[in-house]
Design a protein around this ligand. Structure first.
Ligand code: BDP
Length: 700
């Protein structure tokens, strides 16, 4: 098994009693409506059934009892419609109903929705019930997505390199498109639909204006046509300076009439190719990208210009808040809030501000971004990074839904206790009409898509949480394991725990107790806490940990950068006070002496050292847990995962040894008992070079 089929393995149901039970209830498929999406529903059911039931799967074309009914509610016949009237009231757009009903003595399972895409989501949900061996005798599932835009961001370049991508080259083969349609595009759409993802930005946020030229729009159209039946809308990144680069204008000033006109015409042109084009994602005035500030305009001017062009077609603008500059010397973490919050209420209705989960940059752990909840009159979406730029690329097993859940559950206190980030994201806190969750994709053209079998779970879990940000990471892991590997509890239970713990393990061996951004330069793969010579201060790890003889950590309290003031008063107070700051965020907010005593009575130095060691021990334990699973997993996936876990263990030691040797120069304290002594020198680690680590920025 090469993992290509992801969680849609549809492997034969081993329990023969259960298989018989299922088959007795699904004798035939009756589909209503003939849209491409309904055809895709039937195809997926047939694909699923032939895998799950193998040779035992025979459609009894004559059967009218114990059949499966598929179709949008308006296409079902009156009697079904009547039967489901109450249930239909409960679903929102693209939600679905799966229900066992009985009509004139005939039993049926109906999968229906208001839209064909909703039916497709219901079909995948039904298949999941079978894949995870759930009972269907009394099946009744009514579910709707809680978020509108559930979208992947591909940081894929037109030359097929992927910025911060670790699973090979881009799956989008721009050179051969539109004529060569890789079957993988369809499987990509299926996989996304199966978890409710309904949008994809196919090119990098560090954008290339070429994507907006007719030659490339033809190619984009080809993808859009393949994705459409699966409810997957295409979006593009828009390079702010495109009017100059491909439009021949002298300026890209968003208030200039020619510029506005150029974008209006460009948008019209795009919709001719792709009538259901989703809209633009824009990275402006960030890390050297062009933007409205180049013309002394602001984010509102820039975003609203695109919004006006897209509004007639119901397109949206996702405008990123990932901004920071070298001219903000005190604290990079403060800049996005400072630049955006004053404009609350000024953005058009079809603009949504895309905010990373934390204020720095996708670290193994960050406190939630202070913008969440702080812009009650602005649409605001969250951006997660599924690809592991700062978490060991594709080699380290980190089950990220645990991280996503931690952020979604964080309390902003913006409308009192219980104002959690999930409520900002699903729009319920401030009654928002446009909501979204985005994730930077970890997909590449490796045969198993994510470069590591286990990291498929991050794509899966992202989709599930985008659909419902209140889900529990552990139950998502449970589903994923059953669908991807096996339903054996002796496999699922221990490995589920291993996945859940994996996130903390990585924090422990990379950045314990609130340390952050101490990864080596450029590739961000291994440790580099010593780096301090880069041209921009806020690119240097030393800027973030501030280690010296006196102690370590970034003082963001009111005696320091005062970033804490960007949170609601309750949160601000908690983080300002070292004794109420959760220890997981300690050094994020405080600069503390090496002999500062933590709650366990041990010094800060000893705690740091013990956490690094704990991370290493846990990485080693993952290997032992996995080694017990050989009987449940096919040989190839078993071995590949085993090799990856061994790399992770080796590299956890690399992190531990190099970080402890580096910080020890300042603490001048001994390693506590229980922490292994490094067998190499600091100099050895400092001179390791990784110029060819994958995922390096390729454009600038
Ligand atoms: C950082 C990456 C960089 C991205 C940037 C972004 O290092 O490659 O371009 O984020 O999000 O995490 O725009």
């Amino acid at each position: 098994n090469n993992g290509y089929n992801l969680w849609l393995q549809y492997t034969d149901i081993e329990n023969s009693t259960l298989k018989k039970k299922y088959l007795s209830q699904i004798k035939n498929i009756h589909s209503f409506g003939n849209s491409e999406t309904i055809k895709a529903c039937v195809e997926e059911l047939e694909r699923g059934f032939s895998g799950l039931f193998g040779d035992d799967y025979f459609l009894d074309k004559e059967a009218s009892n114990n059949v499966l009914i598929i179709g949008t509610i308006s296409n079902l016949n009156d009697i079904h419609q009547k039967n489901l009237k109450e249930d239909v009231l409960q679903i929102k757009k693209d939600g679905f109903i799966i229900k066992k009903i009985e009509i004139n003595g005939n039993k049926k399972i109906v999968i229906t929705a208001k839209t064909a895409t909703g039916v497709l989501y219901g079909v995948f949900r039904f298949l999941r019930e079978l894949q995870t061996n759930q009972p269907i005798e009394q099946i009744k599932i009514i579910d709707s997505p809680k978020v509108d835009v559930r979208i992947l961001n591909h940081w894929d370049n037109l030359d097929r390199t992927v910025e911060r991508g670790y699973a090979g080259f881009s799956i989008f083969d721009w050179h051969k498109l539109p004529d060569f349609k890789d079957p993988r595009y369809l499987d990509y759409a299926r996989a996304n639909a199966s978890i409710g993802i309904n949008g994809t930005v196919v090119n990098n946020v560090n954008s290339n204006a070429l994507i907006l030229t007719p030659m490339y729009l033809e190619k984009v159209k080809a993808l859009a046509d393949i994705f459409r039946p699966y409810g997957l809308k295409i979006y593009l990144t828009a390079r702010f300076s495109a009017p100059i680069e491909i439009g021949g204008l002298k300026t890209a000033d968003p208030l200039n009439e020619d510029v506005k006109n150029w974008w209006n015409e460009k948008v019209k042109e795009i919709y001719k190719y792709i009538p259901d084009f989703g809209g633009f994602l824009v990275k402006a005035n960030s890390e050297g990208q062009p933007g409205p500030q180049d013309y002394d305009r602001n984010h509102v001017d820039g975003a609203n210009m695109f919004a006006d062009a897209l509004a007639p077609f119901k397109g949206i603008v996702m405008w990123r808040a990932f901004v920071y500059s070298e001219h903000n010397p005190t604290d990079r973490a403060k800049q996005a809030y400072t630049e955006f919050v004053p404009y609350d209420g000024k953005f058009k209705d079809n603009v949504i501000i895309q905010v990373k989960n934390g204020a720095i940059d996708f670290q193994p752990r960050e406190p939630f971004h202070p913008m969440f909840g702080a812009m009650p009159n602005t649409n605001l979406m969250i951006e997660f990074q599924i690809t592991q730029e700062y978490m060991g690329g594709a080699t380290h097993l980190v089950y990220q839904p645990k991280l996503f859940q931690e952020v979604l559950e964080a309390d902003t206190y913006r409308k009192g206790k219980g104002s959690i980030v999930a409520k900002v994201i699903d729009g319920s806190l401030h009654n928002k009409k446009l909501t979204g969750v985005s994730g930077v994709s970890n997909i590449g053209n490796d045969i198993n898509w994510t470069g590591n079998h286990f990291l498929q779970s991050n794509w899966y879990g992202f989709g599930r949480l985008a659909w419902n940000p209140y889900l529990d990471a552990k139950s998502i892991a449970d589903e994923w394991l059953r669908m991807t590997f096996t339903n054996e509890n002796d496999f699922v239970n221990p490995i589920k725990n291993m996945m859940i713990d994996s996130r903390e393990t990585v924090v422990n061996y990379m950045t314990p107790l609130g340390l952050h951004h101490i990864m080596a330069t450029n590739h961000h793969y291994g440790p580099g806490p010593w780096v301090g010579n880069l041209s921009r201060p806020e690119w240097n790890p030393v800027y973030y940990h501030k280690a010296n003889e006196k102690g370590v950590g970034f003082n963001r309290t009111k005696t320091g950068s005062n970033a804490t003031a960007q949170y609601a008063p309750e949160v601000e107070e908690m983080f300002n006070n070292v004794s109420t700051t959760p220890e997981i965020y300690l050094l994020w907010f405080h600069h503390l002496p090496w002999d500062y005593k933590l709650k366990n009575g041990k010094t800060l130095w000893n705690n740091i050292a013990l956490k690094y060691q704990q991370g290493v021990n846990e990485a080693e334990n993952m290997i032992s847990s996995w080694n017990l699973m050989e009987q449940y997993v096919d040989e190839s996936r078993f071995k590949e995962i085993q090799m990856m876990l061994n790399i992770q263990y080796k590299e956890a030691k690399w992190w531990r040894d190099s970080c402890l040797l580096y910080f020890q120069q300042f603490s001048k304290m001994k390693l506590p008992d229980g922490v292994e002594k490094p067998n190499k020198s600091l100099n050895y680690f400092q001179t390791l070079k990784h110029p060819y680590a994958p995922g390096i920025k390729s454009q600038w």
